[in-house]
Design a protein around this ligand. Structure first.
Ligand SMILES: N[C@@H](CCC(=O)N[C@@H](CS)C(=O)NCC(=O)O)C(=O)O
Length: 192
């Protein structure tokens, strides 16, 4: 979903393939292990045929493809962007939402993730006070952040008490790229 948002922000085009990660197959019947042996989505095949995995890398690559859209700034701003991509990927996606979303995670793991969520969300909420986006403009990190925060509704994690996070989500969802990507991905998951 985050990649879709960035592609739509950049007015780019991609050939999206759905992946059944449990069965390890793409919608076109390809053994997904031949594309990403880690078995995780997303994976991106570039126009040159190279394969890239991991959200942080894919999102920056896409941001650079659509340089005109300013989605992945250069210089020190790039380091700040990487700082946020790392925080979202490791501290929110992996530490909080993976255990909360996984039916295989034990009750203790979910309780620990919820405890970790509190500290991280408080930090994020304070940071977002008076800010529209993570950096000075909408970047690939905001695309990743809105996707991850959107999972809260599926795990009954109430974000309502985080005023700035809630405004961030509403602001991001009002962008045509985010609205379109969410609508398309929701339709895909309903069609499962
Ligand atoms: N570190 C990876 C994590 C990706 C990830 O967790 N993908 C999930 C979907 S959000 C997945 O493929 N899950 C399938 C599985 O665990 O089998 C990244 O940032 O790309």
């Amino acid at each position: 979903m985050a990649s879709r948002i960035v592609i739509y922000e950049g007015a780019g085009q991609a050939d999206f393939r759905r992946v059944d990660t449990k069965a390890g197959r793409t919608s076109s019947g390809v053994d997904y292990a031949t594309i990403n042996p880690k078995g995780l989505v997303p994976a991106l095949r570039t126009d040159e045929g190279q394969v890239l995995t991991e959200n942080a890398a894919i999102l920056q690559y896409l941001g650079d493809c659509f340089a005109h859209a300013g989605l992945a700034p250069a210089g020190f701003e790039r380091s700040l962007l990487q700082q946020w991509l790392s925080f979202i990927g490791a501290e929110l996606h992996a530490a909080v939402f993976r255990p909360l979303l996984s039916p295989r995670a034990k009750r203790e793991a979910k309780a620990f993730a919820l405890e970790e969520a509190g500290k991280r969300l408080k930090y994020l909420d304070t940071y977002l006070d008076g800010r529209e986006w993570l950096l000075d403009r909408f970047t690939v990190a905001d695309a990743y952040l809105v996707v991850v925060l959107n999972w809260a509704q599926f795990v009954k994690l109430d974000l309502g008490r985080y005023r700035n996070i809630t405004s961030f989500i509403n602001r991001a969802k009002a962008r045509p790229s985010v609205a379109r990507a969410m609508e398309e991905e929701t339709a895909l998951s309903r069609a499962k």
